[in-house]
Ligand binder design. Structure first.
Ligand code: DMJ
Length: 673
C-alpha cells in the first residue's frame, strides 16, 4: 500500500510496488488539477518517492520491453518489406525457385519436389548438398529465426543484417540443391505412380528427390566431356543456322522443315538436361514457351511427332519438373487424337494438327505396323499425367487388336496394316528392321512401363523373340557373327538394317527384368555383330543396311555393302544397345566400342562451322560425301546414349525407374522395381 502520508515521512524500503490512488492523494494538497504541469509534477514526485530497488526494477522492465519491441519490429519489418516491396520480377523468380509454372524463368526451374513444398517433405532437411561453412543445416524456416538470446543483444541494424545473412544462406542452399539436380539428373520418377485406370485428376508432380537418393554428384569423365563438346558443336550449328526449325543443314548453313515445329530443339531438350547444359536448356525453354505453337495448318506424321515431340516434352517435364512441358505435351497429344478416327481404330499415318483432320498417305490406306504400335508409351503416360483416359484407350485398343490379329508368323508381324479393315497387308515379309522394328521394342517396354502386369504384351514379346530365333537368326562367315536377317515369302535374306541394332539393348533390358537368360546371350552376340558393322567398314561407321556373307570366300568380310545402302544418317541404335550392355554387364569393351564410334563421327561427319552431317559413303574415308543434314535424333538419341554409355553412374537415368521411348526419351516406370 502506498499513501501520501507515509511518503511525506520519507520512503521506507520496500520490496514490492503497490500504487493506490487515495482521496488525499487525489486532492494532493491542492485538490484535483488536471493541468499538464500538475500531472508532470505529480508523476515526478511519485518517482522520487520510490525506493532505489523499485526504480531499478521499473527501469529494467522498460528496457526489456524496448528490446522486445525492437526485435519484433525488425522481423515484422523484413517480412512486410518482402511482401510489399518485392517487384513482380522478384516474385516470379521466387516462384520459379519453388518450381511453379512460369514462362521464361531467369534460372532453370528447379524440380518441384527438390525445392518446393518443404513442408510436405520434411526429410529434405536430411539432404547433404555441400554448403559453405557459415550456412546452418536444417529446414530453412528454422534457419531464418535466430535464437532469441543472440538477437536480444543486437542493435536494430545488427538484427536486420543477421536476418539478411540467414536469408542469403537459405538462398545459397536452394541454389545448390538445384545444381545437384542438374549434374547427374538425380531427379527420380514419382515412386507412387499408378496405372491410369485408377487415375488421379490433378496432374502429378513428376519428380521426387528422395533424401537417400541425394548422392554426391558423380564427376564427369573425359569421354563424357567429349560428348558434351560434340553436343555443343552440333548445337552451335543448329543455333546459328536453323534455330527454331526442324533440322540443320550444316553445309549450306540453313535448315529444312518437316513439320515446322522445331523438331531438333524439342528432341534435344532432355539431352541438354542430362548433359547438364543449363544455359542451352534455358534458351531452348524460352523458345518452347514463346514460339512453339501447335495451332498450325500442317500435316505431321503421327508416329514421328509422337516419339519425338510428345515423348520429348513428357520426358523433359519429368526431368525438369517444369509444367510448361506438360502443357505443351497435352496440347500436341490432343491435336494428334483425330488420327484414331478410322473405321478400324488403327490410326492413320498423318494428322493435320491445326485442322483436326487425319488421313493415310496419298497412295494407300495402310499404316506401317511399327508406327501404329510404337506410340503407346507416350499416350499411356499422357493419360496417367492428365487423368484423361482417352489417350491410353486409343493406343491400348491398337495393341489389343494386333494381339489377336492373324497373319503373324510365330509372333513376327508383317510390315503394314490397313486402317479400314484393320488387317495386316503385304503378308509374308518379316523383318526386325524398318516398318516393324519398334513394335517388338514397345511390347517389352509397355510391359515394363505398366509394372509387368500386362501379360498379353509379354506373351507377344516372348513369342516374337522365339520367332526371331526360329526364322531370322543366322551366322555369317568368316567370323560367324550372329545376325538377324529377313524372311520374304519363305526365303531368307541375309540383309540387316542398322535399325535392327536396337535389338541387343532390348533383349538385355528384358533379361534384366527377369526374362529368359538366353536373351542376354543373344544380346551379347548381336551387339558384337552391330559393332562389326562399324569396325569392318573403311570409315569405322556403319552403313544403313548390310548384307552378311553366308559362305566363306577368301578375302571377303562378313559385312557386305551395296552401293545404295552405304549412307550413314548418324543413327543411334548401336550406341543405344552399347549403353544397355554396359549398364547390365559392366564390361568396359562396350564403352571402348562406343568411344571408337564417337571418334569416327568426329572424323567423318563433323562440319567445322557447326553441326554434324549424314554422309553418303561410309566406304570412302577420303570423301564420305556429306549429305548436308543433321537428323534431330543425333541430338535426341545418339549423343544422349553416348553420354550415358560413358557414365558409371547407374542413377543417371536408372533403368529400374525409367523406360526410354524409341526416341531415347526417358519416361517413368509406373511401379518401379
Ligand atoms: C528414330 O527416330 C527412332 O529411334 C526410331 O525408332 C527409328 N528411327 C530413328 C533413329 O534411327
Amino acid at each position: 500500500m502506498y499513501s501520501g502520508a507515509v511518503a511525506a515521512a520519507g520512503p521506507p524500503r520496500r520490496d514490492f510496488i503497490s500504487v493506490t490512488l487515495g482521496p488525499e492523494e487525489a486532492g494532493g494538497g491542492g485538490g484535483y488539477n488536471n493541468s499538464k504541469a500538475w500531472r508532470r509534477r505529480s508523476c515526478w514526485r511519485k518517482w522520487k518517492q520510490l525506493s532505489r530497488l523499485q526504480r531499478s526494477v521499473i527501469l529494467f522492465l522498460f528496457a526489456f520491453l524496448a528490446v522486445c519491441g525492437v526485435i519484433s519490429y525488425t522481423s515484422m519489418g523484413e517480412a512486410w518489406k518482402s511482401i510489399t516491396n518485392k517487384s513482380l520480377d522478384e516474385q516470379r523468380t521466387e516462384q520459379e525457385i519453388n518450381g511453379l509454372n512460369l514462362a521464361n524463368p531467369a534460372v532453370l526451374p528447379a524440380p518441384q519436389k527438390a525445392d518446393a513444398n518443404h513442408g510436405d517433405y520434411p526429410e529434405l532437411s536430411l539432404q547433404k548438398p555441400p554448403k559453405p561453412p557459415h550456412v546452418r543445416r536444417g529446414p530453412s524456416n528454422l534457419q531464418i529465426k535466430a535464437p532469441r538470446r543472440d538477437m536480444r543483444l543486437k542493435t536494430r541494424h545488427d538484427t536486420i543484417r543477421a536476418v539478411e545473412e540467414l536469408v542469403e544462406a537459405d538462398k545459397v542452399e536452394k541454389t545448390e540443391k538445384s545444381i545437384i539436380s542438374w549434374r547427374g539428373a538425380v531427379i527420380e520418377p514419382d515412386q507412387s505412380t499408378e496405372p491410369p485406370s485408377s487415375k488421379i485428376k490433378e496432374p502429378e508432380k513428376p519428380s521426387s528427390v528422395e533424401a537417400e537418393d541425394q548422392k554426391e554428384p558423380v564427376p564427369i569423365n573425359e569421354r563424357q566431356l567429349a560428348v558434351i563438346e560434340a553436343f555443343r558443336h552440333a548445337w552451335k550449328g543448329y543455333k546459328d543456322f536453323a534455330w527454331g526449325h526442324d533440322e540443320l543443314k550444316p553445309l549450306s548453313k540453313s535448315y529444312s522443315e518437316w513439320f515446322g515445329l522445331g523438331l531438333t530443339l524439342i528432341d534435344a531438350l532432355d539431352t541438354m538436361w542430362i548433359l547438364g547444359l543449363k544455359e542451352e536448356f534455358e534458351e531452348a525453354r524460352k523458345w518452347v514457351a514463346n514460339d512453339l505453337v501447335f495451332d498450325k495448318n500442317v500435316d505431321v506424321n503421327l508416329f514421328e511427332s509422337t516419339i519425338r515431340i510428345l515423348g520429348g516434352l513428357l520426358s523433359t517435364y519429368h526431368l525438369s519438373g517444369d509444367s510448361l512441358f506438360l502443357e505443351k505435351a497435352k496440347d500436341i497429344g490432343n491435336r494428334l487424337m483425330p488420327a484414331f478416327k478410322t473405321p478400324s481404330k488403327i490410326p492413320y499415318s498423318d494428322v493435320n494438327i491445326g485442322r483436326g483432320t487425319a488421313h493415310p498417305p496419298r497412295w494407300t490406306s495402310d499404316s506401317t505396323v511399327a508406327e501404329v504400335t510404337s506410340i503407346q508409351l507416350e499416350f499411356r503416360e499422357l493419360s496417367r499425367l492428365t487423368g484423361d483416359e482417352k489417350f491410353q484407350k486409343a493406343v491400348d485398343e491398337v495393341m489389343k487388336h494386333v494381339h489377336i490379329l492373324s497373319g503373324k508368323n510365330d509372333g513376327l508381324v508383317p510390315m503394314f496394316i490397313n486402317t479400314n479393315s484393320g488387317q495386316f497387308t503385304h503378308l509374308g515379309v518379316y523383318t526386325l528392321g524398318a516398318r516393324a522394328d519398334s513394335y517388338y521394342e514397345y511390347l517389352l517396354k509397355q510391359w515394363i512401363q505398366g509394372g509387368k502386369k500386362e501379360n498379353e504384351l509379354l506373351e507377344d514379346y516372348m513369342r516374337a523373340i522365339e520367332g526371331v530365333k526360329k526364322h531370322l537368326l543366322q551366322r555369317s562367315e568368316p567370323k560367324k557373327l550372329t545376325f538377324v536377317g529377313e524372311l520374304a515369302h519363305g526365303h531368307f535374306s541375309a540383309k540387316m538394317d542398322h535399325l535392327v541394332c536396337f535389338l541387343p539393348g532390348t533383349l538385355a533390358l528384358g533379361a534384366h527384368n527377369g526374362l529368359a537368360a538366353d536373351h542376354m546371350k543373344l544380346a551379347e552376340a548381336l551387339i558384337e555383330t552391330c559393332y562389326q558393322m562399324y569396325a569392318q567398314v573403311e570409315t569405322g561407321l556403319s552403313p544403313e543396311i548390310v548384307h552378311f556373307n553366308l559362305h566363306a570366300q577368301k578375302g571377303h568380310r562378313d559385312v557386305q555393302i551395296k552401293p545404295a545402302d552405304r549412307h550413314n544418317l548418324l543413327r543411334p541404335e548401336t550406341v543405344e544397345s552399347l549403353f544397355y550392355m554396359y549398364r547390365f554387364t559392366g564390361d568396359k569393351k562396350y564403352q571402348d566400342w562406343g568411344w571408337e564410334i564417337l571418334q569416327n563421327f568426329n572424323r567423318y561427319t563433323r562440319v567445322p562451322t557447326g553441326g554434324y552431317t549424314s554422309i553418303n559413303n561410309v566406304q570412302n574415308p577420303s570423301n564420305p560425301e556429306p549429305r548436308d543434314k543433321m537428323e534431330s535424333f543425333f541430338l535426341g538419341e545418339t549423343l544422349k546414349y553416348m553420354f550415358l554409355l560413358f557414365s558409371d553412374d547407374i542413377d543417371l537415368i536408372n533403368l529400374d525407374k525409367y523406360v526410354f521411348n524409341t526416341e531415347a526419351h526417358p519416361l517413368p516406370i509406373w511401379v518401379p522395381a
